[in-house]
Design a protein around this ligand. Structure first.
Ligand code: CTP
Ligand code: MG
Length: 231
């Protein structure tokens, strides 16, 4: 049984509006991808790291990871985030492994957050999934499908913002993906959602996320991250 951090770095970063995918942009002294790798390299509970990429960037990534001893493999991702996760699940086949699925685009993940998420996983209590979350600060409206007409004001007390790393026993996640793939309309922007929709939500524990663990999505996020990492 190993604890493996899987860094999801196969995206194109379209919302960032840059020709270079955001994970390869510089944040202070190193790329966003290196920040993410470094957090798991430093973590004592993590045994190894896998990097999921678009093979166009294989040469660049090989150079970037050279100094990180825990990086064991660079794998080709898929065309959606879920497909990228599935490729990782095809590579790591031991159902007892603990997998930490992390967005490469979250370079400021803390040791505290990683430790907390791994520490809360508990097979005996059937906590097979741990997801870091935050309570939203803004009010959220839900609109009707395909419309801009609001039909519900969501109660903030019952909504959570979802972050990564999301931690799973490999077997739990793989089983939910088997069910998800039977659904022709399957679509999910995170892996926790696959458990909620196709697995057993009672196995999911929502942990405390971190306000600094932002996902670099649009240019303003990179500016915010620059301020945060200079603190
Ligand atoms: N990701 C991935 N494989 C994909 C799509 C996304 O590994 N096919 C990764 C991204 O590299 C990122 C993380 O999943 O680290 C979170 O996704 P997101 O923020 O949506 O990144 P992108 O898909 O790259 O950005 P955008 O949606 O703006 O194109
Ligand atoms: Mg995306």
């Amino acid at each position: 049984m190993k604890t493996i951090a899987i860094i999801l770095a196969a995206g194109k970063g379209e919302r960032m509006g840059n020709t270079t995918p955001k994970q390869f942009l510089l944040l202070k002294n190193k790329t966003i991808l290196e920040w993410s790798i470094e957090a798991f390299q430093r973590n004592e509970k993590v045994d190894e790291i896998a990097i999921m990429i678009d093979s166009t960037y294989h040469g660049l990534v090989e150079k970037l990871v050279a100094g990180y001893s825990k990086v064991k493999v660079i794998l080709e991702g898929g065309s959606t985030r879920s497909e990228t996760t599935q490729k990782a699940l095809q590579y790591y086949t031991d159902d007892d492994d603990i997998l930490l699925l992390h967005d490469a685009a979250r370079p400021l993940v803390t040791q505290n957050c990683i430790n907390e998420c791994i520490g809360l996983l508990n097979k005996d209590e059937e906590t097979n999934v741990v997801i870091p979350t935050l309570v939203p600060k803004d009010t959220l409206y839900e609109v009707g499908w395909g419309t801009m007409y609001p039909n519900e004001v969501l109660d903030r007390a019952y909504t959570f913002i979802v972050q990564t790393p999301q931690v799973f026993y490999r077997g739990t996640l793989a089983k939910a993906y088997v069910e998800a793939l039977k659904d022709p309309d399957f679509e999910c922007t995170d892996d926790g959602g696959v458990i909620i929709n196709y697995g057993d939500p009672l196995e999911v524990l929502l942990a405390q996320g971190d306000e600094c663990n932002i996902k670099i999505t649009t240019p303003i996020d990179l500016k915010i991250a620059e301020v945060l990492c200079n603190q």
